[in-house]
Write a protein that binds this ligand. Structure first.
Ligand SMILES: Nc1ncnc2c1ncn2[C@@H]1O[C@H](COP(=O)(O)OP(=O)(O)OP(=O)(O)O)[C@@H](O)[C@H]1O
Ligand SMILES: [Mg+2]
Length: 283
């Protein structure tokens, strides 16, 4: 009986958040590093469906770094990372699109559908809803910077109660252009800003942003981000993630969260409990 009462109390703890977030858009970036085993993937799908059922509008943007590396290795195609971005030749772009759209996007979409939702997987090429130009004058090859998002495509899906699952590839907006590889973190923040999302949440493979002594930083300011980037405390894949957080909150998203996708139900813990987990960056 005691256990049952504790369960009821737990549900009640979520009530104020359910009220507060009804009808709000949450953009969730599902990192490749957090897509590690079938159990965790199922938990992720359950969490997203629960959010949807209580009236939140989840929009999923996914990464896929590890799987892209695996296929590039198999095909013996070299690729390197500069500033946390994958330098993308046409050959690499073909593999990026195959893995992100052909494989991971359909896997996540199918998983959500099998757990009871209606998810639809798309890329920026669908409805030409996300276009880009070369980032930093082509310094990273076909890595793009988003220059236009047509909200109508996502809004129509949300209106009809679909969960959009977005692969971070943008249209080059030209005939025969192979498209652009967009860092998934930056795609998530741009999409969150464009849709007027309440939150953007990054699920990754670490507890949050760590300081030099590996302690979790539960909050982060713009000044801290600049100094941790300058001294190398924040490096590699964490660079675009914190940049994406800043970009989102500067554009009016209330909070950006970086949380541990390896922890079961980390999404629910972050959203529906007063303590939360991970690192929060706010406006
Ligand atoms: N200060 C820091 N605190 C925490 N992690 C950091 C820090 N600096 C660098 N990192 C690295 O950033 C990594 C997370 O970024 P990464 O790009 O690898 O994952 P992801 O974005 O979740 O996945 P994907 O890029 O496949 O979508 C961590 O595993 C960690 O090694
Ligand atoms: Mg990354």
């Amino acid at each position: 009986m005691k256990e049952k009462i504790a369960q009821a109390k737990l549900l009640l703890e979520a009530l104020p958040y359910i009220k507060k977030y009804a009808n709000q858009i949450f953009v969730i970036k599902y990192g490749g590093s957090a897509q590690i085993n079938p159990d965790l993937k199922n938990r992720f799908a359950q969490d997203v469906i629960l959010l949807h059922l209580v009236g939140i509008k989840p929009v999923i943007v996914h990464g896929g770094g590890k799987k892209i590396n695996d296929l590039l290795d198999k095909l013996q195609i070299n690729s390197e990372f500069v500033d946390g971005m994958r330098v993308t030749s046409e050959e690499v772009m073909e593999v990026v699109e195959m893995v992100l759209c052909g494989n991971i996007n359909k896997e996540i979409t199918n998983l959500l559908n099998m757990h009871g939702s209606k998810a639809i997987g798309i890329t920026g090429k669908d409805g030409n809803f996300m276009t880009a130009t070369p980032k930093d004058n082509g310094k990273y090859g076909l890595v793009g910077e988003i220059n236009m998002i047509d909200n109508r495509v996502i809004e129509n899906l949300l209106e009809e109660k679909f969960i959009p699952v977005i692969a971070p590839i943008a249209s080059g907006n030209e005939i025969n252009h192979p498209g652009f590889n967009i860092n998934a973190d930056l795609a998530a923040s741009k999409i969150a800003a464009s849709l007027g999302a309440r939150k953007v949440i990054f699920l990754t493979d670490i507890v949050g942003v760590l300081d030099k002594d590996k302690n979790l930083l539960s909050t982060l300011t713009k000044e801290q981000i600049e100094s941790y980037k300058a001294d190398g405390t924040i490096h590699g894949g964490m660079i675009p993630k914190v940049d994406a957080c800043l970009e989102a909150v500067n554009a009016g998203v209330e909070k950006a969260h970086i949380i541990d996708g390896r922890v079961e139900h980390s999404l629910l813990l972050e959203i529906f409990t007063s303590d939360g987990i991970g690192t929060v960056i706010r406006n």
